[in-house]
Write a protein that binds this ligand. Structure first.
Ligand code: ZN
Ligand code: ZN
Ligand code: FE
Length: 764
């Protein structure tokens, strides 16, 4: 046994290496090369000790590095020779926790091809079992209570493995070898159908009953991976309308789920890139252009939209619900189960309480969800995925950054909140939390922060926060800093946007870029509401080079929901006559107009704003598209949707000093309206004017500073008309655009930016 060539190596691997079938892969590779030793999950990754001939060891290391399990993401692979050790065989040994160490946790993964195959195979012992999973798929982040990722640390802890599952779990050649959520109809979780607390059906009969109820136009609460969905037949306008009424959601589009790509392609145009994203292990909602002459879907699923948000079934239960059969719904509405902007319901008892007025029935199961997570949403920009909401399938994957970050908590913004915790080269940007406007969401926010700190062993030494004094996230930051004696660093909202975009693009240098920070609302250093900001910004600092001319917001925040008020404000500040046939004037009473005039003249409840979002609102109202909105950015989205794709003309935005003036723009739009130019053309010309203005400004700044990188961040950049025109325009002018691709451009990126700014400010 003790031959001269006997060598031993110790290998330490970090990254996403747990819950992705890493140990079985190592085991099989070791056995293949006749090596002995052990592999083990630790809280800091995977440790391996192997013995054998030098050549076999080298091949083993090479193979493991070049072909790790498909879902693994290796950050570091350290192998070193150690003193020869002798083992009898190769074993997987029990996980070890090392306090203080940490390891990235795998996100939840959509059902894989093999499991899908078994699900519909009548000969398989998991035939039609709604919780089938394997080492390559299934729940992860949503069921993990602590690391290392082993069954006792998950919400599967209460299910005892049956002999069959146990032998699969222990068999290194089985594809369920050490699959922590392994389950079968004998030993695993079960579904049931429930109405008013009464269980009407169990197991497959429950799924069938749910299908029947959906077919009959009912609204169901369906427990999924990260929480409950509210679901109904998307082709049934009455059912969709009921859902809108109950959920208090007037126009905001609903997400849809279809059995397969073929079903989606009847309604939307699918590119190869979109198909790939839909079928990816992350299985997000993808916003897809509606087919002009496709089969109609109930109009009220997504009113006034050019795109529908579709996803594919990502759990076995979803597949069973949507299995094609004559007369059963082909497309289901699948919207987060909540009222308005409250967090998604995820516990059975809580769902019964909160959803009983919303759902006619419940399809429930007894696998607890530990961390609620919404569905992720992506748009397609130039055939590349463009994140709109980052949650299931992505969180809690960290954003890897070039810089070595101290332990910082970025408390995040008010709307579309996420928070961010950093250590080493990782920024753990949380899953989407939502708008911090009610106590439920605030509770979810605080719980999630506690959970991430525990999971990733991070104790913040600095807290970065938004400058807005009234934000709940800001209050949380200040309270915690005071209680725990942690220093606070305020970060301006639009600076945070640009820093986030830089981190997203792995920007290394301390050199500044041109930052186009265009959004709805952010608190400025002067106490005004910013949002149309051209910054010269690096991680450390920023200079507000240009901004939209400030206008009063009549009634403050109320103007956000009433674009007519913003239109009036722009007309008044531009000295344009308030002709009675202008749509916003028509929509307001004479008295309302007088009150708003009075407010503006006397500076009563009229905060000043340079918001780009409000400028879009005002133009949408002026064109008669929308005088009131019932969800954020609705007017701007509908303005984009009608833009004539062939119009190339633009209006002039005057630039002088630090200010981008809008008077000439509004005068020109009113003249076009009087000349009966179509609103489609006016919308396109307005979009083109923003692009022209951006190019002019970038050229001036490049002349002054030599800067050629341009970062685009803020909710306005969710506008795909703008994006698809501005990127080639910047590139043609030899600028280098930096665009979000791992994090959303909207406020869900702000926490990352806060962390990056704070990290650089403490280091300088
Ligand atoms: Zn699987
Ligand atoms: Zn079993
Ligand atoms: Fe913002």
């Amino acid at each position: 046994m003790a031959s001269v060539s006997h060598k031993s190596a110790h290998i330490h691997i970090t990254g996403i290496v747990q819950g992705v079938g890493f140990r079985p892969c190592v085991y099989n590779l070791a056995v293949k090369h006749q090596l002995t030793g052990w592999v083990c999950n630790t809280a800091s990754g995977v440790e391996i000790e192997v013995s054998g001939s030098r050549q076999d060891l080298n091949t083993f290391i090479h193979d493991l590095q070049s072909a790790p399990p498909p879902l693994a993401q290796i950050d570091r692979f350290d192998a070193k020779w150690i003193k020869a050790v002798y083992f009898d065989d190769f074993t997987i040994i029990h996980s070890q926790d090392q306090p203080g160490d940490f390891i990235p946790v795998s996100p939840d993964i959509a059902i894989c091809k093999d499991c899908r195959q078994e699900l519909f195979d009548p000969k398989d012992r998991r035939y039609r079992y709604p919780f089938i999973n394997c080492t390559n798929c299934g729940p992860r982040f949503t069921i993990i209570q602590d690391i290392p990722y082993d069954r006792p640390n998950t919400s599967m802890q209460s299910f005892r493995l049956c002999p069959n599952c146990k032998s699969e779990y222990e068999d290194p050649k089985n594809r369920r070898f050490h699959a922590q959520p392994i389950a079968c109809p004998v030993c695993g979780p079960q579904v049931w159908f429930e109405v008013n607390g009464q269980r009407l059906a169990k197991r497959n009969k429950a799924v069938q009953m749910a299908r029947n109820w959906l077919k009959a136009g009912k609204i169901l609460a369906i427990k999924g991976l990260g929480g409950f969905h509210l679901s109904c037949d998307a082709a049934n306008p009455q059912a969709v309308n009921n859902l809108r009424l109950r959920k208090q959601r007037t126009d905001k589009p609903f997400a849809l789920m279809a059995f397969d790509l073929k079903a989606i392609s009847q309604y939307c145009n699918l590119t190869d890139a979109a198909s790939k994203l839909l079928q990816s292990p992350q299985a997000p909602i993808v916003l897809l252009p509606i087919k002009r002459y496709g089969i109609p879907i109930a109009n009220n699923t997504a009113p006034h939209q050019k795109r529908l948000g579709f996803m594919l079934p990502y759990t076995p239960l979803h597949l069973l619900l949507l299995e094609p059969e004559q007369d059963y719904p082909r497309i289901l509405v699948m919207t987060s189960a909540n009222i308005s902007e409250e967090p998604i319901a995820y516990r059975n008892d809580e769902a019964r309480l909160r959803l009983n007025k919303l759902a006619d029935g419940f399809l429930m199961h007894d696998r607890p969800i530990y961390m609620r997570t919404d569905d992720s949403v992506f748009a397609q920009l130039d055939l590349k995925p463009y994140p709109i909401r980052r949650a299931r399938g992505f969180a809690p994957n960290p954003i890897r950054v070039v810089q070595n970050l101290p332990n910082i908590l970025g408390a995040g913004p008010h709307l579309k909140n996420t928070f961010c915790l950093s250590r080493d080269h990782y920024a753990f940007l949380s899953h989407y939390i939502g708008d911090l406007e009610n106590s439920e969401t605030l509770q979810a926010y605080e719980n999630a922060i506690t959970h991430y700190e525990k999971l990733f062993r991070i104790k913040p030494k600095i807290i970065a926060y938004d400058m807005h004094p009234d934000y709940l996230a800001t209050r949380y930051a200040k309270k915690r800093a005071e209680e725990e004696g942690i220093p606070l660093i305020p970060v301006q909202h639009h600076h945070a946007h640009i820093a986030a975009c830089l981190a997203d693009n792995k920007w290394e240098s301390s050199n500044p870029v041109i930052g186009l920070s265009f959004d709805g609302t952010g608190y400025g250093t002067d106490g005004h509401i910013w949002g149309g900001e051209v910054l010269i910004a690096g991680y450390n600092d920023f200079n507000r080079r240009y901004h939209l001319a400030e206008v009063p917001m009549p009634g403050g925040d109320r103007a956000v929901m009433k674009p007519a008020r913003m239109a009036l404000s722009y007309l008044i500040t531009s000295n344009i006559a308030l002709e009675p046939d202008l749509p916003p004037i028509k929509s307001l009473t004479e008295m309302e107009i007088d009150v708003i005039k009075h407010q503006i003249q006397n500076h009563i409840n009229t905060p000043l704003t340079s918001s780009m979002g409000r400028l879009f609102d005002a133009v949408a109202a002026l064109l008669g598209i929308r005088q009131e909105v019932n969800y954020e950015a609705q007017a701007a989205i509908e303005l984009e949707a009608i833009a004539d794709p062939y119009e190339e003309d633009y209006y002039i935005l005057d630039i002088d000093g630090h200010t981008i003036h809008t008077q000439a723009l509004f005068e020109a739009i009113v003249i076009d309206m009087q000349n009966k130019v179509s609103i489609n053309k006016i919308s396109a010309k307005f979009h083109q004017s923003i692009i022209k203005m951006v190019l002019d400004i970038c050229n001036i700044i490049r002349k002054e500073t030599g800067i050629q990188h341009v970062a685009l961040s803020g909710g306005v950049w969710q506008n795909l008309y703008l994006m698809s025109h501005i990127i080639p325009a910047l590139e043609n002018a030899q600028f280098i655009p930096l665009v979000h691709h791992q994090t959303p451009p909207n406020d869900s990126c702000v926490a990352l930016g806060q962390v990056m700014v704070a990290a650089h400010q403490v280091n300088h």
